[in-house]
Design a protein around this ligand. Sequence first.
Ligand code: THU
Length: 138
Amino acid sequence: MTITPDQRTTLIQAAQAIRQRAYAPYSHYAVGAALLASDGQIYTGVNVENASYGLTNCAERTAVFKMVTAGVRQILAVAVATDNGGSPCGACRQVLVEFAADVPVYLVNNAGHSRDTSLYALLPDHFGPEHLHSAPED
Ligand code: THU
């Protein structure tokens, strides 16, 4: 599906706005994520850190879990807002690909500039649900 310029702008603004709610007292690296989903809704998330550092949940996975909890399982586009335009971690790429094809990913910095890429560009040769349902290769 093609994302319109207005949808792209709205998604980026949602990621930037929700970033204010990040709970990042240890890293001080606030992340906001926004997903445009197949129901037409935007699902947002922030990173939620913990005094036991390894329990931290990234913003992208927070947003995916909210979308799935709402009963929706298809992502059409992703925006991630950080201070420096940082890219999703490997774990989040894998969780995103469970519910998305090669969708646009907008990586936004604090100046509002987006580097536009795509999920398969970020996670080439990925392992996805299709590998568990297809016949073995010869
Ligand atoms: N973080 C995210 O929220 N998303 C990513 O994809 C990269 C890392 C968070 C986790 C942690 O709270 C902080 O950024 C620094 O790693």
